[in-house]
Write a protein that binds this ligand. Structure first.
Ligand code: ATP
Ligand code: MG
Length: 437
């Protein structure tokens, strides 16, 4: 993509309303634009990151055996009356009336809808287990929307629901999601620690929040230092095998969110206790028959008796993750995207667009990168070098390739790794080889 043609509305001034660094950079780098409190438009650069994160989340769900579907954003109130949550949910729920005066709502979550789907289609224990998920916008009328996409009112969530015939099955499903979450966040370049959590308005008892440490995080958390060093399960993890040892390894050390913290246990850990603030990027929980019972989602069990389906739900804050990645990876000059989520792999800087030879080389490099399938943002604008460097640093692409007349004469280009700031003068081929990895 040529920057001269790209829609990248960079802000010169730091927006006064943004209190945390990710929000500031998301506005300044033209990733999002606020439509109203807690509701954002995703501009091209931000949308690419959102889609990259979504793709990794999806890939790990699929590997774990979950199947993707898509439920609507608008739901009928009657399902929520059946579960008893229509009144319980309170003002966070956006209630809508259609032209026939029917009560509708913009979904804050999907337990009722998915339970309705399962009860009409799953009749026998032989159709279980199942894990179904979607990646869909949610609306919650948060009391205090803030920190940009971190606590929005409209936000993108991946939510998975598991269906099993008994507790042992439900635990297996829970473990699959536990492992899938460890892998997902690691692939996003994040260290996310599973911590024992309250299950909130959705209810249940087996519950972990996945927390990324950040000074600006909304959650207070406590954990054993050892958790920061455990290796995440690799590509060879077998989801059909016994995952309990992996889950046990991760849940044995003390780790809990603030509301579940036991100061005595914390004290007993001494120096090993980490007490910090964190961002909740995901939440998994088992809630048994909380919805299947009142909504009569039953299957015929092995002995011919009807049993309520055992369920769990598993959320990831996809749009919140864009902010969380920036909180975890930035410096004073701007964002530092991990390779896996970067909107473009390379920023190509033409230092002198009115120099025919220089532009010729840059155009050629641009073509070669694209031919290799490498996403490149080509700064072909007529602007000062300093301004171009500042923009590239702000938008945080992993590699910068800087090409000017002087280097060309010497047969060299400059390549800079955004994360380390390390610069090297290399031949063009050597630079391209490095970028291609
Ligand atoms: P929180 O305690 O932050 O309000 P929650 O317990 O209400 O979260 P869940 O219902 O478990 O969240 O939703 C699943 C995931 O969706 C959360 O782990 C979080 O990453 C994300 N999420 C929840 N609320 C918001 C929001 N207002 N804006 C952005 N992401 C959100
Ligand atoms: Mg909430």
């Amino acid at each position: 993509m040529r920057l001269s043609q790209y829609f990248l509305p960079i802000l010169k001034e730091t927006p006064a309303e943004a209190q945390i660094v990710s929000h500031r950079y998301m506005l300044r780098a033209g990733l999002v634009r606020q439509a109203s409190a807690g509701i954002y438009s995703w501009l091209p650069l931000g949308f690419r990151v959102l889609k990259n994160i979504e793709a990794i989340v999806r890939d790990e769900q699929n590997r774990a055996g979950a199947q993707e579907l898509l439920m609507p954003t608008i739901q009928p109130a009657e399902l929520w009356r059946e579960s008893g949550r229509y009144d319980d949910y309170g003002k966070e729920m956006l209630r809508i009336t259609d032209r026939h005066d029917r009560d509708m709502l913009f979904g804050p979550t999907n337990e009722e809808l998915i339970t309705d789907i399962s009860r009409t289609s799953i009749r026998s224990y032989r159709q279980l287990p199942k894990m179904l998920y979607h990646i869909q916008w949610k609306f919650r009328d948060e009391v205090r929307p803030r920190f940009g996409v971190m606590r929005g009112r409209e936000f993108l969530m991946k939510d998975t629901y598991s269906f099993d015939v008994d507790f042992a099955g439900a635990k297996r499903s829970y473990n699959k999601m536990f492992v899938a979450y460890l892998r997902t966040f690691a692939r996003l370049g994040l260290k996310a620690i599973p911590m024992v959590a309250e299950s909130g308005p959705i209810g249940g008892d087996m519950s972990h929040e996945f927390i990324v440490f950040a000074k600006t995080g909304e959650s207070e958390v406590f954990c054993h230092r050892d958790l920061l060093e455990i290796a995440v399960p690799g590509d060879d993890v077998n989801y059909e095998g016994d995952l309990q040892p992996i889950v046990d390894r991760w849940t044995a050390p003390y780790a809990t969110t603030g509301d579940k913290h036991d100061p005595e246990k914390g004290k007993a850990l001494g120096d090993a206790l980490v007490s910090a603030r964190g961002i909740e990027v995901g939440h998994i929980f088992y809630f048994g028959s909380k919805y299947s019972k009142p909504m009569k989602a039953t299957v015929v069990g092995p002995d011919g008796e009807d049993v309520a389906i055992e369920m769990g739900s598993y959320g990831i804050g996809v749009s919140r993750l864009v902010g969380a990645v920036i909180e975890a990876s930035h410096d004073d000059a701007g964002i530092i995207w991990p390779d896996a989520v970067a909107p473009f792999a390379v920023g190509l800087i033409n230092l002198k667009v009115d120099d025919a030879a220089c532009t010729q080389v840059c155009d050629d490099v641009y073509g070669r990168l694209r031919a290799k399938g490498i996403a490149v943002l080509y700064d072909d604008r007529d602007d000062r070098a300093g301004a171009k460097f500042a923009t590239m640093d702000l938008i945080g692409l992993p590699w910068q390739l800087v090409i000017g007349p002087r280097g060309i004469k010497a047969g060299q280009v400059e390549i800079k790794r955004r994360a380390t700031g390390e610069r090297q003068d290399l031949t063009l081929d050597a630079a391209l080889a490095q970028i291609a990895g």
